[in-house]
Structures are given as structure tokens and as C-alpha cells.
Design a protein around this ligand. Sequence first.
Ligand code: ATP
Ligand code: MG
Length: 571
Amino acid sequence: MRFSRLLVPTTKETPNDATLASHIFLIRGGFIQSVGGSGLYNFLPLGKRVLDKVRNVVKEELDKAGCQEVSLAFVTPASLWQESGRFEKYGKELLRFRDRKENDFVLGPTHEEMMVNLVRQSVKSYKQLPLNLYQINLKFRDEIRPRFGLMRGREFLMKDGYSFHASEEDMKREFDLMEETYKRIFTRLGLEFRVVEADSGAIGGSGSKEFMVLAGSGEDTIVVCEGCDYGANIEAAVRQEKVCEAPAPTLANEKVHTPNVTTIEDLVAHFKVDPYYLLKTVAMRALYDEGKSEIVLFVIRGSDTLQEVKACNAVDANELIEVNDEELEEAGLTPGYMSPMGLPSGVRVVIDETLKGASDMICGGNEVGYHMTGVSLEGVDALYEDIVAVQEGDTCAKCGGRLRYTKGIEVGHIFQLGTRYSQPLGCTFLDENGKAKPMEMGTYGIGVSRLLAAIIEQHHDEKGCIWTEASAPFRLHIIVSNIKDEAQLALGEKLYEAMQAKGIEVLFDDRKDRFGAKMKDYELIGIPHAVVIGKKLSDGLVEFVTREGLVKEEVAADEIITVAEERLCSY
Ligand code: ATP
Ligand code: MG
């Protein structure tokens, strides 16, 4: 491709709303263009080339693993979502609308219902299973805060795959195969990533793994072990049960006057105890289907913090939101002095599972200005679940090593669904004995457009993008310093043709612009290799440049074709 013919509106201006390198460089490098600043993007020629590169890597590996590509309608009938029960549950991210005949529709944010509908119409027998169908298509989620460019758009490109099986065992086999396939995809794309255990949501189900590209700018906190390969999203991470070195307080079981002592810090100072022996009661409002809601008290140790996703799953809610003091008082609760002991009846309580039967605890007295000491939870009736967040320095449950936090960008998610969708939607098959059974399913997603952002987050410098070999829009960038110099232009043309003849994609900067401006564009766009043909050509020399580190090597002009071929074909 000749640069002079290509639409690449590069700019020095950093977009106002951009803070991440990937957002800044993808816009400044002329890869994408924001549409109305609300999580919608146009892909310009360079961006489309990268998107297609990534898409092809994904497609090649999936096809090799036996998956089949399909393409489903983007506008999907609401009736399917009503059948699965998600029309209500999905919340505001689901864009609902009505056509001229008053039929309800949604823009697909994910396609479980649609794919199940496709399969239930065409698959009847165990002989047609297993099946793994995928598409690489647009998704729409009316995200509350679209941000970071392609990282969290409202419209985005996703690979979504769904597998159908006659048995749970076969579904698990496919899940493992997808894990291996995803590893190959992200490795080919040149990414440093980690596979972590993920939250399976209220749907439950055991297996759910996320693929996290390691980057400081990632929105997800992941817990990793320094001693073994354990990794989990903070929403799902577990630890070895904590022990406390400090002795338990030896206080009688009684009500104590504690005016103005309301926080954990106040209590630690007042009673001179380790926060491990304090009960912290966090009140939240849980939202359910059909507008129902209730206040729930989550009880953890004073030394712990509540993990809200775990807490939300524990009560099977759609969402947890904050509650204010007035609402608490209305429910007969005492802000600052709440505890699970002696509560007004009807308030739902969830206690962290490690507190089951705990004794010598201190907790609120459910009365202004009072706490209870010497409290035992023995026999206290509540729901006991893991609702705490693993902290840095906690102990790995797998190997005893030290756990620490790191940041990641979620680029893929694989999930064992079981019969969550096949059951309500009646997606059944006849087994060997002629008995109808719901199919066992798995679902597998990759954020294809998000991958562009993830690649740049991991591969850039202060000057611009550094595309990996498999994702680069072109393999080689040829820069002719002065196109009025006939010898320079002639060599540029010759190299351009030779590379094309070898099937190497080349961007040939044949523009009349200043050399400095062309080099700036090269650094910003970030094609992995370049040949710069400049003044030294009169001494028979040109430069071979590697974008990573901007490493420059002088090469004899009459050898450059061979050298470029060797370098580029070695990948
Ligand atoms: P997140 O936790 O980041 O919101 P998710 O768990 O909702 O993502 P999934 O439903 O698992 O996402 O979707 C599959 C993949 O699609 C994700 O792993 C992610 O890479 C990508 N993805 C999800 N939401 C967006 C978005 N708003 N913009 C771009 N890519 C997205
Ligand atoms: Mg996910």
C-alpha cells in the first residue's frame, strides 16, 4: 500500500477523554475514530487491517479446534429473552426497542438465546452432537460508563462461541480444549497473559476461567500466587483460612457502653484488640427481578473487606447498592452499631463462612452507644458463605505461598453453562435410548476489538504503538526520505515490489512530506520493521529499523532486499 493513497489521519492532538496509551495512540495513529464520544467507534483502514489480523488468528485457531463459524442476526426478538428469563434480569445494558408492528427487540449483548434457538431447530439426536458454533460479530451493551476507547465500548466486536453436548463430561472436555485454544490465540498475538479462575455469577456452575492480559492499566484486579500457578479474579479468589497471632480478648458476654465508638478503628483503640476479633456488619440493598429489593446485612471480620460480587452471588441478587442511614433506621436497624445478634426479625443476614461458630467476638449492640463483648456465633442461624476479598499477603490455599495483586485486562472468558439455557428454552436431544434430555452447554467469549487496546497497552512506548508480528497492519514500512531524489525513490519502489512479490504486506511512504514528519508517523503507527532510505544512499547504505526499541542498523543498499526478506520471513 502506498501511504500517499491511504486514509491515515494521524494527529498530534491527544483526545480530551483519553487517559490510556491504547486509547490515545489508536486515535492519534488514525486507526479509529470516535463517533459522538459515547463508546462508538469507526474503524479506519489501518484499524480495520489490525482488526482483521486479530480476527483471522482467532478464526484459524478455532477452526483448527473443530469449531464452525456462523453469523447470527444482531437484532434479536425479545421473546427469546423472555423465554430464558433474562429480559428482566439483564438490566439497563440491554438495549430494548420496538418496531413499527409493536414487537419488542433487543440488540444482542451476547447470544446464548439466539444460538440455543438455532440449535433447537436443527439438532434432534445425540448423533449430531457435540457441536461448537461461533461467530465474530458486533455486540451492543449500553455500558453505564463507556471508557478507555476500544477497551469498554458500547458497540464492540466479540467472538462468541457456544458448544452443545450430550453429557457433562463431554462439555468439560470441550471446555479444556477451548482453554488450550485460547492460550494458542493469545500466544500467537504476542501477549503476556494469565488464565485465572473467574466468578461464575448467580448462574452458579463450577468452571469459569478468564484470560487476563497483564497490564498496569487493567480494570480487573487478579490475585496471583508467588509460589505456584494459582491465579483468580478477585471476585472469585480464595485463600487459606486466616489465623491471628494476637490473642483473643477475654471479655465476659455483656453489653458495654461505647458512646461515639462506631468505626473499626475506634473499636480497636477502645477495646485494644486485633480487628480480627471484631464483627463488621455491612448493610446493602439487594435488587432482584421485577423491582423487588431488600436490605441484607453482610457480616465479616473487622480485618476483612467485603467482596461485593461474592456477596451479590450469595443472595442470588442482580445487583447490590448502597443504603443510607434513614433507610436503615426505617428497617429498625441502628447505623454504626449493627450486628447479627438480636436483630429485628425479617432482616436477611449473610455471615462469612470462616466465622461459623467463632467465639470471643465483639460486635454492635443494635442500640445507639452500645457494643456486645464475649459474643459467640455458635448456633447463630444465617446464611454462611465466602463473602470476603482476598488481600495481598494472604496465604495461597493451593501451596501455602504468598498471594499478591496484579492488574489485568479481560480479553477472554470461558464458561461451563450446563443446562442453564437449554432447559428453559427446550433445547433437547434424544439420547441412545430415545429419551429427551436438555443439552449440556459451554460458552466462550473473546473481546476481539478490546484485544487491539490490550495489545497496545502491553506494547507501546512514549512515541506510539509497537504492534506485534501477528497483529501489525503491515509487516514492513518503507520510508523514502526525499522522494525528489531519484535514486532514493527508485530503490524504494524496487524494495516495495520485491516485498509484495514475496507476499509481505508493505506500507510504502512515498509522500512529499518532510522526513521528520514521516518518521513521527512511523513511530506513532508502530509497524514492527522499517527500511529508511535517506542521504546515506549516496554511500551505498540504508537503515533497517526495528520499532521495538527503535534499533537502527546500517545495511548495504544492494543487500537490503535479501536482508528484509530474511528478517521478515523468519516469523
Ligand atoms: P467486563 O467484566 O470487562 O465487563 P464481561 O465479563 O461483561 O466483561 P463477557 O460477557 O464475558 O464480558 O464478554 C466476553 C468478552 O467480551 C470479555 O472477555 C471482554 O473481552 C469483551 N467485552 C465485554 N464487554 C466489553 C466492552 N464493553 N467493550 C469491549 N469488549 C468487551
Ligand atoms: Mg466476563
